[in-house]
Unconditional design. Sequence first.
Length: 207
Amino acid sequence: MTSLDDHVLAVAIGAKGFMPDDEGRALHEAGLAGGSIGPLLEIGSYCGKSAVYLGAAARAAGTVLFSVDHHHGSEENQAGWEHHDPEVVDPRTGRMDTLPFLRRTLHDAGLEDVVVAIVGTSTTVARYWTTPLGLLFIDGGHALDVAMADYAAWAPLVAVGGQLAIHDVFEDPADGGQAPFLVWQRACHEGFEPETSTGSLRTLRRK
Ligand code: SAH
Ligand code: MG
């Protein structure tokens, strides 16, 4: 795989975040496939781990990645929850702020020219978005209403033949929350064909 060189991989693996390397590589492959159709867009930048895998794919495909996040964390990232990291709290406000970490990751990976950070709430950005996407990666909030709203707002923007990737899909409730799995099931009924499954990452292709 020439489009993920050792340096870029080291930055991805070193970045804070919640994506094992095998899932990141599968995401990268989906990015290469989708990138020939249109730009890539992810919901949920956090500190940029998935953005590195997708950004490297965007570079190889000659397109860009838009990475959308309000950077204040999902419910499950807040203090007291399982996925909380006190280092990403801004001491001035007491709120999470992952934007500086994203910028650092993109700088280190040399991907600042192909990854465009969009700071805002996913559904607000979607309301003004019209460009068809070669790949949509859904990895934002995992509450059912939030995950479904992301899907409903963005899935219609995936181009025919484009990729939809969904993270944290667990069929068995014992393994994790069900919202991403319910989104995946809905996509299967709404014109997306399942393609790959790697850990909790699933990819589909728009028919
Ligand atoms: N893809 C990242 C992990 C994303 S974690 C990685 O590879 O590590 C989920 C992110 O979604 C958090 O940073 C949170 O701030 C963001 N998020 C949650 N709900 C959102 C919303 N409605 N709009 C924009 N971003 C949101
Ligand atoms: Mg995730």
